[in-house]
Design a protein around this ligand. Structure first.
Ligand code: FAD
Ligand code: DLZ
Ligand code: SF4
Length: 515
């Protein structure tokens, strides 16, 4: 796979990153197979900027290797550097430098990387090496940086719902002329049913590892054995063809109930009716808009209800696009935000899963097994606990960036720093997603198998979320009491008698001392 030939006179080096595995990405569209050379490199720097889950590394490397083979089939010359290549320099600037020298090329072309860190590293290399580096827009997203800026500027508040409506108009998805299909933009209020374990549960499509994936699995076992997570069985798809099959299976089997049970959690059911497509979409194997079009088609064909279809489409053209917009609009300091000044280190059980809180053990346990947890587990279980307990949001951010197969900073950071930890002080959302055990009990069956009692508010048997909830609101009273959406909550606290208030504080202290 390695091309060493001296390139044509006006040849360019096209750098393709591990999350740019799309045949119609802007860099490839701008290149010419008979003139340019594609560079893809597995490098230690990218594999270790956080201690990624083993399945995530295996997915990225195997998908990269399969993509390189597809490019060669399509007539491209590909210089592919494997992690264990003895000449591998360990980072992308090093690989660019070697390639530029070997092929005598002075012009590098790429699609803009997904995050500030890598963009800065590559731009610095270009200046130092005095080699032109041209970055093209990543038009796999609906809204360009400029479009998001134009939408955001001049608004008092940024809210996803209004941005989402713009994206509905722009794409025409679920539009009936100028009006939203079904007369409403958002059917979320219908999407909060708890699930029962006797429902039929589809499984996401599993792909049997081929020889390329097997080689990668051995490499990961060799080089990343101490990383978080279980590597085998490895079942992720690694090609666009695999990902398309997973999309079809989702649309046919899970989509009809996706909406109803979107917020539900069940012991032993890690996926419920979720699509488990984010890893493929974020790596470039699926186009986000094509998934929405398939889902909308299922609605028009009468195969899925509007609440499911609108719910899915909102997650993609609403939340996913909005998160990317917030990330680039906020700048590289976004991940350093800490509105509450939370300083507690991340408890060790986030890495081991060893905790007697059943909901946390389930969410962390399946994260270890599958590099996957669905949205409500990430938001209302592990995220909620971290915020209530006052864990440093930067630690929380690094954990999420490491443990999920779909995690890249542009999408992970706004979800963690903004949505789940409220560490941006409300730039992204209007109030913290703080909840006591009652919410988890309503949406899951975990509490029935827990050592704690969700009904007990204080004392050593009480669900830890209960006292922590009030302790969080009190610790941060100065910053939160003025929030109009929390007025009722503080009024409830005000009416509580002093002895009860003290019990909450003492119980919270005991939970925090045990962390
Ligand atoms: P489904 O529930 O089937 O949703 C359909 C699709 O919508 C997803 O595949 C995804 O592409 C998109 N989507 C849904 N919600 C969001 C959202 N909030 N932001 C962006 N896209 C969304 N998503 C990531 O892709 N990468 C991350 O690193 C990531 N980190 C998160 C961290 C926290 C604390 C929270 C609360 C959410 C995070 N999310 C992240 C969003 C969401 O949880 C995942 O996209 C989703 O769980 C992926 O599983 P799925 O494909 O089964 O999604
Ligand atoms: C996530 C990842 C990993 C684990 N390894 C590589 C790699 O070796 N080479 C590469 O080009 N990309 C990798 N990636 C994806 C990048 O980290 C990703 O492009 C940036 O985080 C920008 O989103
Ligand atoms: Fe989680 Fe509390 Fe329920 Fe236990 S009782 S599962 S800790 S919400």
């Amino acid at each position: 796979m390695k091309t060493n030939s001296s390139a044509a006179k006006d040849a360019r080096l096209l750098l393709i990153l591990g999350d740019q595995l799309s045949l119609d990405i802007s860099s490839l569209r701008a290149g010419k197979p008979d003139r340019d050379i594609v560079l893809m490199a597995e490098v230690q720097d990218e594999a270790s900027y956080v201690p990624h889950h083993k399945k995530k590394i295996a997915f990225v490397f195997s998908a990269m290797r399969h993509f390189a083979a597809e490019l060669e089939d399509a007539g491209w010359s590909v210089r592919y550097v494997k992690l264990d290549d003895p000449d591998n320099s360990g980072d992308l600037p090093g690989e660019l430098a070697r390639a530029v020298k070997d092929h005598g090329i002075d012009h590098v072309l790429m699609t803009e990387p997904g995050e500030f860190r890598l963009k800065a590293v590559l731009s610095d290399w270009s200046k130092d090496a005095k080699t032109e580096l041209e970055m093209l827009d990543d038009d796999r997203f609906l809204a360009s940086h400029a479009e998001f800026r134009d939408w955001a500027e001049g608004r008092k508040q940024l809210r996803m719902e209004y941005f989402y409506r713009e994206m509905r108009r722009k794409t025409g998805l679920l539009m009936d002329g100028d009006a939203p299909e079904g007369g409403k933009w958002n059917f979320d209020s219908q999407n909060r049913k708890p699930a029962k374990s006797d429902l039929f549960m589809p499984r996401p499509r599993a792909t049997e590892p081929d020889a390329i994936t097997e080689e990668v699995l051995k490499l990961v076992e060799d080089r990343f054995d101490d990383n978080f997570g279980t590597l085998r069985p490895f079942w992720f798809g690694v090609t666009r063809a695999d990902a398309l099959k997973a999309l079809t299976m989702f649309v046919e089997q899970a989509l009809p109930r996706f909406g109803d049970y979107q917020d539900a959690m069940l012991e032993g059911e890690p996926f419920l009716y979720h699509s488990v497509l984010s890893l493929y979409i974020n790596a470039g194997l699926l186009d986000p808009l094509e998934t929405c079009e398939r889902v909308a088609q299922a609605y028009h064909d009468g195969d899925a209800p509007l609440n499911a279809v609108e719910g899915y489409i909102r997650q993609i053209i609403g939340w996913r696009e909005y998160m990317r917009g917030i990330y680039w609009h906020s700048g590289p300091e976004y991940t350093q935000q800490n509105f509450f000044g939370a300083k507690r280190p991340l408890p060790d059980f986030y890495w081991t899963g060893h905790t007697d809180m059943a909901c946390m053990a389930a969410a962390i346990g399946q994260t270890k097994e599958e590099a996957y947890a669905h949205h409500i587990q990430r938001l209302m279980v592990t995220g909620n606990f971290a915020m209530l307990a006052g864990i440093d949001p930067h630690d929380v951010h690094e954990w999420y960036l490491a443990v999920y197969a779909d995690a890249y900073e542009w999408v992970e950071a706004p979800n963690v720093i903004g949505m789940s930890q409220f560490a941006d002080g409300g730039l992204l959302g209007s109030k913290p997603y703080a909840a006591s055990g009652n919410y988890i009990n309503k949406m899951s069956d975990h509490c029935a198998n827990c050592s704690y009692d969700v009904k007990q508010k204080t004392g050593s048997d009480a669900c830890p979320f209960n006292p922590l909830y009030w302790d969080f609101l009190l610790r941060n009273e100065e910053k939160l009491r003025g929030n109009p959406r929390l007025g009722q909550v503080y009024r409830t606290w005000d009416k509580m008698d002093e002895a009860k208030k003290k019990e909450y504080r003492d119980s919270a202290r005991a939970v925090l001392d045990r962390l």
